[in-house]
Design a protein around this ligand. Structure first.
Ligand code: ZN
Ligand code: ZN
Length: 421
């Protein structure tokens, strides 16, 4: 027999449907009956397919009595008759959140999972769609209708989780990611919050009960200016490398991505935020080129090997003739430096030898015992050690080339060569 909407497998399908109705544990709703044959025909909802099947069983197989059974569907326990209740719960949870896209997910309770297995024992599962797939779709359609927002399987702003165990709707709010560059005009500010070494963040006398080594960080300064605009929980800064705490970050700035966790707003004017950061951190910090990006950008930026340009002030003792200095910098230009992990970071970094190239080293100014140079090199080269030699752990080094003690007195990062597009 061929039944409209059920395709050529009509007879097979009706036989299975008859079995479900005869052997089932009670009344079954249109959705749950129709869903067992979801893979057979397209263009019909499960509910509609269920209705058609019931009609056939009633008229052709005389199963009127079984089909008229009153009460909750034994498979879904009445879930599909109460979709509106779940939609209301979802809308309530979504209230106050700005979003363009969402996705519905379901945590199915143990009882419903068992019921699903039971019906598949009777009917087989080869044409069936899982209960949660239908529930996600049906609730999703209704939320789309109510809110005008769209379901997005790839990158939803929010995930609406129907927890059938607790009968509550949980919301998973995905982060907002913003790319930009920061410039730091003041020394002594770390990139991210640095926990107190003594108390590890709990607060002690040494850190004045702040739990931190430094009162502020680039991360906290940016956060205090922009987090409120997104009404987020907190913000994490991912930098494309980091400068020393006592180094300024000048030039075009250092690329970063900030991740705003659990934001209630996601469409904020980024130019306005740049202005806000500039105003609130005048002379200290600035961010430029802010743009919304995808999560992947975090990994990209963290693994990027970006060349750097530094402006370095060096103190030398005893002093050397300018000509010697020129020669030493010429020798460094193009040299590959073998650098063992600096003594000063050995407590937190593995002891190993890095090879990094100096692309150029130019003298900018020279004055008795202090000179300034501009140096462009591979990312990851430690400049302080390139100058001092770190007791022979960095080779070649400026101190050795000059035959005098050399020490970095001032360090600024002028450029980080990284292009995100
Ligand atoms: Zn049902
Ligand atoms: Zn402390």
């Amino acid at each position: 027999m061929r039944v409209a909407g059920l395709g050529d497998l009509g007879e097979d399908v009706i036989e299975t449907a008859r079995k479900i109705v005869k052997e089932g544990l009670g009344p079954i709703c249109d959705n749950c009956l129709g869903r067992q044959f979801a893979k057979i025909s397209s263009g019909l909802s499960n509910a509609k397919r269920g209705q058609i099947l019931k009609e056939v069983l009633r008229t052709k197989w005389n199963l009127g009595e079984e089909i008229e059974l009153q009460g909750k569907c034994w498979v879904c326990n009445g879930l599909f008759e109460n979709l509106d209740e779940w939609v209301l719960k979802a809308l309530e949870a979504l209230r106050g959140y700005e979003f363009d896209s969402f996705l519905v997910g379901t945590k199915v309770s143990g009882m419903l999972l068992e019921n699903e297995e039971l019906i598949w024992e009777i009917a087989g599962a080869s044409y069936a769609e899982p209960l949660k797939a239908e529930l996600n779709r049906e609730i999703g359609k209704r939320i789309e209708r109510e809110t005008g927002k769209t379901v997005d399987f790839e990158r939803p702003d929010l995930v609406v989780l129907l927890n059938l165990w607790t009968e509550k709707v949980e919301l998973q709010v995905n982060s907002v990611f913003i790319y930009g560059r920061y410039r730091k005009f003041e020394r002594g500010i770390p990139q991210t919050r640095w926990l107190c070494r003594e108390c590890r963040g709990r607060g002690c006398e040494k850190c004045n009960y702040t739990g931190k080594m430094y009162p502020e960080s680039v991360e906290e300064l940016i956060s205090s200016s922009i987090l409120a605009a997104f009404k987020g929980k907190y913000m994490v800064l991912h930098g494309c490398g980091r400068e020393d705490i006592d180094a300024r970050m000048l030039g075009s700035g250092r690329p970063f991505v900030v991740e705003i966790k659990e934001p209630k707003r996601r469409n904020v004017d980024l130019r306005m935020l740049e202005d806000k950061v500039r105003e609130e951190n005048a002379g200290k910090l600035e961010v430029t080129g802010l743009q919304y990006v995808k999560r992947e950008m975090v990994a990209q930026i963290k693994s990027a090997k970006a060349d750097k340009t530094y402006r370095v002030g060096v103190r030398i003792k005893p002093k050397v003739p300018e000509k010697d200095l020129e020669n030493a910098l010429n020798t460094l230009t193009g040299a590959v430096i073998e650098q063992r992990t600096p003594t000063r970071v050995l407590h937190r970094r593995a002891d190993m030898v890095r090879r990094r190239k100096v692309h150029s080293a130019k003298l900018i100014s020279f004055d008795e015992s202090v000179f300034f140079m501009e140096i462009r090199c591979d990312g990851g080269l430690y400049i302080k050690e390139l100058v001092s030699g770190d007791g022979g752990r960095t080779k070649p080094n400026l101190s050795e080339l000059l035959g005098t003690d050399a020490e970095v007195k001032e360090l600024d990062v002028m450029d980080v060569f990284y292009c995100c597009t």
